[in-house]
Design a protein around this ligand. Structure first.
Ligand code: NAD
Ligand code: FES
Length: 294
């Protein structure tokens, strides 16, 4: 069992947990993820690692409740435990595998959207620890949804932007990126993590400025070991599996339209399972499809 040491709401629908998982903490690197399962019957939930402490043997995860299992996560408190906490999975970020001299040549901008700010943090922290500066755009719909700003400011130059202009700059991350470039900032490497639609539009923006861009893909995952095929993507016309070939890919080569279409295929079942868990078997028919009224 993997003990939950801290569990709290960060902001809006964003929650944070610190979990005792010494073997994962010993080996993980920025960019990698874990798969957590609460109990015997629980679903396997892939979550990117937000932070790790090798000495304390802990892993920090940030998540949004979407389906049954992640809503059950929100009910956990310190002292509860995950039955499984598997990792580190996936490949580490390209940045942590590059020679330091090569990294020093890079002018790096991270574009972090919403809860995607969480997986950006360990990369920015790693660069800071290795003496490399970077800029980070944190985008959120509104002021209350900005997460990890203070932590990020300790390791990077941060630009916050909100869609409604309630805090920081005004507009989506793509506008902020264009504004920074217009103000004279120049970049030759972008890492973009957040909702797929945001990654798609950020890649369209960076393509205009010829900025190589890495994205971290988060399709539906089941086993996380390359066997089930759920996380299948097309990258440069080739089939890739986010869990073993990624999660990072060249954003200018990812087929985002296909990735987003596959994501929606799973929504109905997830919605059904959530309602059944929250409301019990309250569906009495009438929809004409389920046969409940016959
Ligand atoms: P959100 O919908 O609040 O969006 C965050 C920001 O993305 C917005 O403030 C905006 O600046 C930008 N954005 C959104 N749509 C855009 C568009 N069309 N063009 C340009 N910019 C746009 O984000 P959220 O609700 O916090 O994020 C939830 C999503 O993030 C989930 O879909 C989740 O799966 C995904 N996520 C991805 C990763 C990953 O590794 N890629 C990790 C965690 C979460
Ligand atoms: Fe099954 Fe990637 S999650 S192949």
């Amino acid at each position: 069992m993997y003990k939950i040491l801290e569990a709290r709401n960060l902001a809006g629908p964003n929650y944070e947990m610190i979990v005792e998982a010494p073997r994962v903490a010993q080996r993980c690197l920025p960019g990698q993820f874990i798969i957590a399962k609460l109990g015997e019957e629980g679903e396997r939930i892939p979550l990117t690692i937000t932070d790790y402490d090798r000495e304390k043997g802990t892993i920090e995860i940030v998540y949004q409740p979407i389906g049954v299992s992640t809503h059950k996560f929100t009910e956990c408190k310190a002292g509860d435990a995950f039955q499984d906490f598997v990792g580190p999975l996936g490949k580490p970020s390209d940045l942590v595998e590059m020679p330091i001299e090569e990294l020093k040549e890079k002018k790096i901008i991270f574009v972090a959207g919403g809860v995607g700010t969480a997986p950006v943090y360990p990369q920015a922290k790693w660069l800071h620890e290795h003496g490399i500066e970077c800029d980070v755009i944190i985008g959120a719909k509104t002021k209350e949804l900005v997460i990890l700003e203070d932590k990020m400011r300790e390791v990077a130059n941060v630009f916050v932007t909100t869609d409604d202009g309630s805090y920081g700059r005004s507009g989506m991350v793509t506008k902020c990126l264009e504004d920074l470039i217009a103000e004279g900032h120049s970049y030759n490497h972008c890492v973009c993590i957040g909702p797929m639609i945001m990654m798609k539009f950020t890649c369209m923006t960076t393509a205009k400025y010829n900025i190589p861009t890495v994205v971290s893909m988060n399709p539906i995952m089941v086993d996380g070991t390359g066997m089930c095929g759920a996380c299948r993507l097309l990258v440069d016309g080739e089939v890739k599996f986010a869990c073993v070939d990624g999660p990072e890919f060249d954003g200018h080569k990812v087929d985002f339209n296909l990735a987003m279409k596959r994501q929606t295929l799973y929504q109905t079942k997830e919605g059904e399972a959530f309602l059944a868990w929250k409301e019990g078997k309250t569906h009495h028919g009438g929809c004409g499809e389920c046969g409940g009224d016959k």
